[in-house]
Design a protein around this ligand. Structure first.
Ligand SMILES: *Cc1c(COP(=O)(O)O)cnc(C)c1O
Ligand SMILES: [Zn+2]
Length: 369
């Protein structure tokens, strides 16, 4: 079932809708039916949580056996943080979690053609899963997207549309097309978040069915942030974990509408004028689900942190020189960790993430040695 967060109207899950008739966002009700004993003898992929992934027929699952990424301990000064290695997905970012469930659903609905807009990685993930499912796809990206990501999207056989201007101009361009073609949007479409919620399930399983105290994530549209929130809530309500971790979102100061909303204690993001940032994956001036992100921050007693360009660069360089080849957007979360640790007095179990692979942003040197 799909239900509108604005007017409460519900739709059958066989209805190929991505928004309510009133224009509101659709969500899928929480599913608390998962039990760890179901895991016996299942492969280590995100589909091991099958009962809470809303695809009716197994034949429709579009998967590369992705997920269950390593949760590795990395030192920051004298503290250890667990980092989920989500840059190791088949298309090189955690967006594969969402794409696997969303494109499986598209297949289940009998959809043959989709459109999507993205700053790069979501487009690449959707293009990969469409290639596997033989669904034709049109991907809209800002003209300035990293060349590596553009090549990747085209290589999968997607029709690539490069739109001049900002990320918001790209979103506007796709909305017209989305009136007639299924909109496989990682921001609007609720099935994407049903995939990204497996991030939370994997972490709790890897910790022996325990929630961490704090989870620090880069945030733009919140596709990982809200997915994690859904996952942790399902597990808490189902009794698998006893508390929700604090969810901390990190934004680039150059484009920080959520940080401004949080700082000014508002329920919604503050409209801002976006500036250039190397954290292109989170350069989102108008997050569609911004209100939900700020609600998740409040419900988990979390926060939003903003970091400067030079802080992103230095964290990125530090990680590269430790042998982790991640993309610049992932550097933002690390800069957020460093900032958060400075304010921290108690001992906390902190989990963060590498969201994207460095090979995607190839060709540019971002920092001086
Ligand atoms: C998509 C993405 C993010 C975060 O995305 P939002 O959904 O906009 O919050 C972070 N890092 C990378 C590499 C991404 O591709
Ligand atoms: Zn509605």
């Amino acid at each position: 079932m799909l239900s509108c967060i604005e007017c409460g109207r519900t739709y059958d899950s066989r209805n190929p809708r991505w928004k309510c008739e009133c224009g509101g966002l659709l969500d899928i009700p929480l599913n608390t039916s998962f039990e760890p004993k179901l895991l016996k003898n299942r492969p280590h992929s995100m589909w091991r949580y099958r009962e809470v992934l809303p695809i009716e027929n197994n034949e429709n699952i579009v998967s590369f056996d992705e997920g269950f990424t390593p949760l590795l301990s990395i030192s920051f000064g004298n503290r250890k943080i667990l980092i989920k290695q989500d840059h190791l997905f088949p298309s090189g970012s955690y967006k594969d979690r969402g794409a696997s469930v969303l494109i499986s659903k598209a297949k289940e609905l009998g959809i043959k053609h989709i459109v999507e807009d993205s700053s790069g990685n979501a487009g690449a993930a959707i293009a990969a899963y469409c290639a596997k499912a033989s669904i034709s796809c049109d991907i809209y990206v800002p003209e300035k997207t990293s060349p590596g990501k553009l090549t990747q999207i085209e290589s999968y056989g997607a029709h690539l549309h490069r739109i001049p201007g900002t990320r918001e101009d790209t979103a506007t361009a796709v909305l017209e097309t989305a009136e007639n073609i299924y909109y496989a949007s990682h921001c609007w479409n609720p099935y994407f978040f049903q995939g990204t919620k497996t991030f939370a399930y994997e972490i709790c399983e890897q910790l022996g069915w325990k929630a961490p105290d704090t989870v620090i994530l880069p945030v733009g549209n919140g596709t990982l942030f809200l997915g994690a929130f859904i996952g942790f809530k399902e597990m808490r309500d189902g009794g698998l974990i006893s508390t929700l971790p604090k969810l901390i979102g990190v934004q680039s100061e150059a484009c920080a509408p959520l940080f401004e909303g949080y700082r000014q204690k508002k329920a919604v993001p503050i409209p801002i004028e976006p500036h250039e940032t190397i954290a292109e994956g989170i350069a989102i001036a108008r997050p569609v689900r911004g209100k939900q992100i700020l609600e998740a921050v409040q419900e988990t007693r979390g926060s939003i942190i903003s970091v400067q360009e030079n802080e992103i660069l230095s964290s990125l360089s530090q990680m590269h020189q430790s042998g982790f080849y991640i993309e610049p957007t992932s550097g933002a979360a690390l800069a957020g960790i460093i900032k958060y640790l400075k304010t921290l007095e108690s001992d906390e179990l902190i989990v963060s993430v590498f969201t994207g692979h460095g090979l995607k942003s190839g060709g540019k040197i971002y920092y001086d040695r």
